[in-house]
Design a protein around this ligand. Structure first.
Ligand code: CMP
Length: 143
């Protein structure tokens, strides 16, 4: 099962990319694709479409478009697709870094909810929607 992760501007600017990716690699989760991207407003609106109208919308759009991000597609080779999404969410921790457990990515490296280090698709359906925003099929490798 494939899911999208985004290492957000705050984490990229702090030099946390290698550390964050290693959390997944050490669990045996493979990278099917990886790139550094400067997101434009159009892509940011598409990514966060479900949050449009919420009071924090402008803040998350401003952050995600502010400086480069790292987008990755994780390939999680376990039988249960829902379980794969839940595993990734467990590794990244709760949305609000202040509430995320220590030992999770957000719990170890985050501070503010609107700059919460990393995004990951929250369902198989959202993974199917989010991956094509950043990757063409031929950029993803199965191995
Ligand atoms: P992310 O996983 O990228 O999905 C949407 C983002 O909105 C989320 O991480 C947070 O950064 C942000 N977010 C969610 N809830 C709030 C909130 N109550 N206040 C500010 N930002 C929020």
């Amino acid at each position: 099962m494939r899911t999208l992760i985004i290492i957000k501007p705050w984490a990229v600017s702090k030099g946390l990319v290698g550390e964050i990716l290693s959390r997944f690699e050490r669990r045996g989760i493979r990278l099917a694709g990886l790139k550094v991207v400067k997101v434009d407003r159009e892509k940011a609106d598409k990514l966060y479409a479900i949050h449009k109208g919420k009071e924090f919308y402008d803040s998350i759009i401003k952050h995600i478009t502010s400086s480069p991000i790292v987008v990755g597609v994780l390939d999680i080779c376990i039988d249960d697709p829902g379980g794969a999404v839940r595993l990734v969410r467990k590794i990244i921790g709760a949305t609000d870094p202040a509430k995320a457990d220590m030992g999770t990515i957000r719990g170890d490296f985050g501070l503010r909810i609107d700059r919460n280090v990393i995004h990951a698709s929250d369902s198989t359906k959202s993974a199917e929607y989010e991956i094509p925003i950043f990757f063409d099929d031929n950029e993803l490798i199965e191995y």
